[in-house]
Design a protein around this ligand. Structure first.
Ligand code: CP
Length: 321
């Protein structure tokens, strides 16, 4: 059973980009384009989620994802609750599912969940009432689907010929839910040339199974790349020493003006954020002319609006589930 799609193949929850049909991904990106236009209109609020309640339930820290989900929900006129986990009854030992059921009893329509455990969002989706949706805002090293969708949206705006793109994902791919979700999303959209570049200790477990090429050296990995995505070193998920030093890592894998030389001259640079300045990316590259990192943040609002509007639209009275 596909937990995130209904019998008609429409979005019911958003848990992962793995297995999402390319047509559906394109629909989400197209819908997000409409919301980007709406930013420039005088009336910034749309009534699509009026009377609905969205709860942000972040068991892990976040700046971008939590705030852009909140803004997206508010721009669609939803009521939004942000539960502060550190001051919630979780601090008294309440089980995560009991927190979910308690909030659901307040007639919540949608949960946005970030959790340190792989599969946590899917587990919540299995337990919510049929009219309630779950959006995965990042679970462990498993998936971060809205990040991948906003990355694809940003890439498509700059480089619309997706089938011809060369995309290099550089850094701590081993611990990166962003990398996994991006690979599935970009492949669904028809991107054929995806490379991952990382030291052996931080490489994907099975790049071939994911249909990507693995490189341990930056120079061949970046050759002619149109899109270069840097990933954060995820120290919080490393339970043993994975790199010798931040300096040696930066020297071998850091994106700098010099190390980017093999990439295409008009390559765009992405990073999901937060960045470790001058570790995986030099500060002058992160804020340089080829960087689209802050565009990614802006686009995150439109993409999250699109996902929420589509799910609520699919559940509107009369819409078959
Ligand atoms: N990209 C991302 O998920 O950032 P936050 O952790 O700040 O939400």
């Amino acid at each position: 059973m596909n937990l995130q799609l209904d019998a008609q193949g429409r979005l019911r929850h958003l848990l992962t980009t793995e297995g999402l049909p390319g047509e559906l991904v394109t629909q989400i990106l197209d819908r997000a384009e409409a919301f980007i236009s709406d930013r420039h209109r005088a009336v910034r609020k749309l009534p699509l989620l009026r009377g609905r309640t969205v709860v942000n339930l972040f068991f892990e820290p976040s700046t971008r994802t939590r705030t852009t989900f909140e803004l997206a929900a508010k721009r669609l006129s939803a009521d939004v609750l942000n539960l502060q986990m550190e001051s919630s009854s979780k601090a008294k030992g309440e089980d995560d599912l009991d927190t979910l059921f308690t909030l659901q009893a307040m007639q919540v329509d949608m949960f946005v969940i970030r959790h340190r455990e792989n599969g946590a969002a899917a587990n919540f989706a299995r337990h919510v009432a049929p009219h309630v949706a779950v959006l995965n805002a990042g679970d462990g090293t498993n998936a971060h689907p809205t990040q991948a969708l906003l990355d694809a949206f940003t890439i498509r705006r700059h480089k619309p010929d997706l089938a011809r793109l060369k995309v290099a994902i550089v850094g701590d791919v081993l611990h990166s839910r962003v990398a996994y979700s991006n690979i599935h999303c970009l492949k669904a959209l028809g991107v054929r040339d995806i490379r991952v570049v990382a030291p052996p200790a931080l490489m994907l477990r099975d790049p071939e199974a994911l249909g990507v090429r693995a490189f341990h050296d930056l120079k061949p990995g970046l050759k002619d790349a149109d899109v270069v995505m840097a990933l954060r070193l995820q120290h919080e998920r490393m339970h043993e020493k994975k790199i010798d030093s931040l300096e040696s890592y930066h020297a071998a894998y850091g994106l700098t003006k010099q190390s980017l030389a093999p990439a295409a001259h008009d390559a765009i640079i992405l990073h999901p954020g937060p960045i470790n300045r001058d570790v995986e990316i030099a500060t002058d590259v992160a804020y340089g002319e080829r960087s689209v990192i802050l565009e990614q943040v802006t686009n995150g609002i439109a993409v999250r609006m699109a996902v929420m509007a589509m799910i609520v639209g699919n559940r509107a009275p009369g819409a078959a589930v």
